[in-house]
Design a protein around this ligand. Structure first.
Ligand code: ATP
Ligand code: MG
Ligand code: FE
Length: 335
């Protein structure tokens, strides 16, 4: 089964052609990062307009790259939740027109489920059940993937998402947008034990909180400025990163042990973080857990992951129609 998969939830216009949920025939991503960099973050209106301008070309390229015709497509997959509604609607409307014109079924895909499914593309042997840490620009979840279309949230952030915290701290350090990769790189030159930033834990819960550490970093920078002491930005980046990543790893491993699950995956933009990958690799080796993560290109937003997720939704009979809508937020566990 071949799907044409569309992703426009934030600032990437992406279309991919995916076969049987695991084989990527093409994966075109047109990122708007250079456009939004000027504003220090994504401007929703600007994002929607650019999706409209780009989607036709991105779609044509995906078809050409895959060396197929529109006739070869069995169904259309599209991310319709969660995300920026104006952006999502561009993908959803495009998908509906295409489905109507080609007379093909259409499948609505949950963007965060799709981030998890990116692992199926990279690891052909990976099958549910497994545990997944989803860390992206807007979400931080520990999810039990019971089946291809059954997800249970075991813990989540009570305020900011991890990616959001990375981006905000990067802005305080004047590193530019998006901040995650910049902090990742700068931290390599810093001392992770230089500053003791707070780590939030909740009793009897796997939940996270990242707004406190974000304020602590800001306070630290302001205090140093008032004292006229030069801030060592690499030390701040490394210490912040260590504090955040260690809480993520602690809660993930704790839940793996509690549930006696041996297969662990990570997903979402922050799963590209080298410190997270290295730290978890070491812990999983020690704890005899198998760790899966997507290649860097499939961590941040892309169409291939939508096609993988769409395939499994299609097989489960979760087929949508022309009444499909877009949603800003939507529980990953809810159908
Ligand atoms: P969501 O998926 O929750 O809707 P999103 O789609 O905007 O949000 P993603 O595309 O999954 O988010 O990821 C983008 C986020 O990942 C940004 O916050 C970015 O800073 C972060 N990120 C990317 N690379 C890294 C890295 N190497 N280290 C840390 N964070 C990173
Ligand atoms: Mg993005
Ligand atoms: Fe995303």
């Amino acid at each position: 089964l071949i799907t044409l998969a569309i992703e426009t939830s934030c600032d990437e216009t992406a279309v991919a052609i995916v076969k049987n949920g695991r084989d990527v025939l093409s994966n075109i991503i047109d990122t708007q990062i250079p456009i939004h960099t000027k504003f220090g973050g994504v401007v929703p209106e600007v994002a929607s307009r650019n999706h409209i301008q780009n989607i036709n070309d991105v779609c044509k390229k995906a078809i050409n790259d895959a060396n197929i015709n529109f006739d070869d497509i069995d169904f259309i997959s599209v991310a319709n939740r969660p995300g920026l509604v104006g952006s999502l609607l561009v993908g959803v409307s495009f998908a509906k027109s295409l489905a109507f014109a080609l007379d093909k079924p259409i499948v609505a895909v949950h963007h965060i489920r799709a981030h998890i499914c990116a692992n199926y593309i990279a690891h052909k042997e990976l099958k549910p059940p497994f545990l997944c840490l989803v860390v992206s620009g807007g979400h931080s979840h520990i999810v039990k993937v019971e089946d291809y279309t059954k997800y249970i949230v075991l813990g989540k952030t009570r305020d900011d998402a991890v990616g959001e915290a990375f981006d905000k701290v990067a802005r305080c350090l004047e590193l530019g947008y998006p901040g995650g990769p910049k902090i990742d790189n700068l931290a390599k030159e810093g001392n992770e034990n230089a500053i003791d930033f707070p780590k939030a834990h909740f009793e009897n819960s796997l939940d996270f909180s990242f707004s406190g550490i974000k304020s602590a970093v800001l306070n630290y920078i302001n205090t140093m400025k008032m004292k006229n002491i030069k801030v060592n930005r690499a030390d701040v980046a490394a210490s912040f990163q260590k504090a955040v990543i260690s809480v993520l790893c602690e809660n993930l491993i704790k839940s793996a042990k509690e549930l006696n699950i041996k297969d662990i995956a990570i997903a979402g933009g922050v799963s590209a973080n080298s410190y997270l990958r290295d730290t978890l690799t070491a812990i999983c080796e020690q704890e005899k857990l198998k760790l899966y993560y997507p290649p860097l290109s499939l961590c941040t937003d892309n169409g291939a992951m939508i096609g993988s997720c769409g395939y499994y939704e299609y097989l489960s009979g979760n087929i949508s129609d022309m009444s499909m809508n877009a949603y800003a937020s939507y529980d990953i566990g809810k159908d």
